[in-house]
Design a binder for this molecule. Sequence first.
Ligand SMILES: NC(=O)c1ccc[n+]([C@@H]2O[C@H](COP(=O)([O-])OP(=O)(O)OC[C@H]3O[C@@H](n4cnc5c(N)ncnc54)[C@H](OP(=O)(O)O)[C@@H]3O)[C@@H](O)[C@H]2O)c1
Length: 337
Amino acid sequence: MLTRKAAYRVAVVGATGAVGAEMIEVLEERKFPVENLLPLASVRSAGGTVSFRGQEIPVRILSKDSFEGIDIALFSAGSDVSREFAPLAAKAGAVVIDNSAAWRMEPDVPLVVPEVNRSDVFSHKGIIANPNCSTIQMVVALKPLHDQARIKRIVVTTFQSVSGTGKEAMDELMEETRALLSFKEAKPKVYPYQIAFNCLPHIDEFLPSGYTKEEMKLLNETRKIMGDPSIRVTATTVRVPVYVGHSEAINIETERKLTANEARAILSTAPGVQLYDDPQRKIYPMPLDVAGRDEVYVGRIREDESIPNGLNLWVVADNLRKGAALNAVQIAECLIQ
Ligand SMILES: NC(=O)c1ccc[n+]([C@@H]2O[C@H](COP(=O)([O-])OP(=O)(O)OC[C@H]3O[C@@H](n4cnc5c(N)ncnc54)[C@H](OP(=O)(O)O)[C@@H]3O)[C@@H](O)[C@H]2O)c1
């Protein structure tokens, strides 16, 4: 358990990555009470620094002794690092908030989106998991509708930006675009195919069922966060050539009928949601507008006329912020409040 203090010693594991850098920015922006910041990364970052509150702080190389005296450890360096080092950090007395998929489905590890299941934070045993980016934005938008009308089934298709794969993937999109516009060949390294000017219906590994692991995360994590194992979810996840911001086309079937206007009224006051829905005035959320923002934007709310109790929604959020760094810092805020 975290002892109440005026300020905390915070480690960021993966501090030089796409999510880690955003975490440091969010800690500063939200004036999280940080006594000391310890940025950790691999040997590749040796000698580097990160900026925090106007200071350049040296990046340290992650080791098993990194967590002595640390109160809160924010992890975003991939599942292998989390599996190895999160238990060591917890043993050293830190509360770990982990962005990877390593611990999310462990029964004694809370999986938390503060707008949805804030109280689960307090049942932690040293590790709290941050859900997958595509799950976070979906549950923030759907939980208020579930509370009113009980969602029975979700059909979701995602349009996920390259920043969801990390900084190398962002460079790859830039390099491929430059090459192709100069009549040169694209040379994919991070993705199996060219991502510039293309869409890849393939995120994370394929399973024998034909689904990808990313698609199964949307099913399993949604049930765990919403605390309702009866919700049926089916997903198709697609990588698109967008830098930041995941979009989702979501169809839900509810037990009780919700009109589009009722859904709009519910979502207009829902925590963490920004309703952006006036198609006659061409108002609907797009990743270009939502990148850098904290809220989950919802638009294109329509009744599904093919079933009695169905709705369609278009949901967009910044995957590096609400989908990762912001949600992790909000969990830390719950811990210290
Ligand atoms: N991007 C997203 O939208 C998103 C959303 C939710 C969750 N996540 C999760 O967050 C994690 C990081 O994602 P990212 O997008 O930030 O990736 P990234 O840009 O590739 O950054 C990876 C970070 O991890 C560090 N790292 C890698 N191997 C390490 C090791 N052996 N020891 C210490 N540090 C190591 C890297 O350090 P160096 O710079 O030294 O290599 C870098 O700081 C992943 O688990 C990912 O699934 C990402």
